[in-house]
Design a protein around this ligand. Structure first.
Ligand code: 5RP
Length: 213
């Protein structure tokens, strides 16, 4: 399981500095939606420039305007870009087509999708599927991703799964068991930690422990 470090609600310089502290413990770097909204695609360019060998995920959360937004992210250096699963299928089709042309990947964010939509979306076999509990659900309703609903859907699936939303050192092992994700997206548990390097190293240890590799 890879760790995708989610960088949100900070300045680009601080994001780069923080990532330097933890880069040996993490695999993918997410340029968070808040960075893209605040600083534009230059946030993607700068983070790719600072970490050229890491997989860079642009969490642009496209819901329309797919061709323009995905070309913009890939031209800025993103290796993966995100689209909302609740988007019209023509939007997701377009994201897939642009990603294929650039030889990059699409992550479909399953936030607020119904069971029926999730089953339909699984037809996008090349995508990564993100099981996501949102910031608002975390901060306003006290929820976090515990993998309660998706177990059966994902258990039968050969699809690549990512998990996100308030993941902690304590919740990661159970999530791994329930959803068998290949990517754990971790933001505040590392970025807001007193010692981010120590927190990231501990996440890596948990993964080592559950995977035994
Ligand atoms: O996509 C996001 C918010 O929409 C975040 O990147 C994701 O939720 C991970 O951050 P955290 O671990 O702090 O929840």
């Amino acid at each position: 399981m890879k760790i995708q470090l989610a960088l949100d609600r900070m300045e680009i310089g601080d994001a780069i500095q923080l990532t330097r502290l933890v880069e040996n413990s993490i695999d993918w770097i997410e340029v968070g939606t808040s960075l893209i909204k605040e600083y534009g695609v230059s946030s993607i360019k700068e983070i790719k420039k600072a970490f050229p060998t890491k997989v860079i995920v642009a969490d642009i959360k496209t819901i329309d305007n797919a061709r323009y937004e995905f070309e913009m992210c890939f031209n800025a250096g993103a290796d993966v870009a995100t689209v909302m699963g609740v988007s019209p299928y023509v939007t997701i089709d377009t994201c897939m087509e642009v990603a294929r042309r650039f030889d990059r990947r699409v992550m479909i964010d399953l936030l607020n999708t119904s069971e029926e939509q999730k089953k339909e979306l699984m037809n996008y076999s090349e995508a990564i599927f993100c099981d996501h509990v949102s910031k608002d659900e975390q901060e306003e309703s006290g929820s976090r991703n515990l993998g309660v609903d998706e177990g059966l859907l994902f258990a039968d699936s050969t699809r690549q799964i990512a998990i996100a939303g308030g993941i902690t050192l304590e919740s990661l092992a159970a999530l791994k068991q329930k959803l068998n994700p290949s990517v754990a997206i971790i933001g505040s548990a590392i970025t807001q930690a007193k010692d981010p390097a120590d927190a990231a190293a501990k996440f890596k240890q948990v993964i080592f422990h559950v995977e035994g590799v």
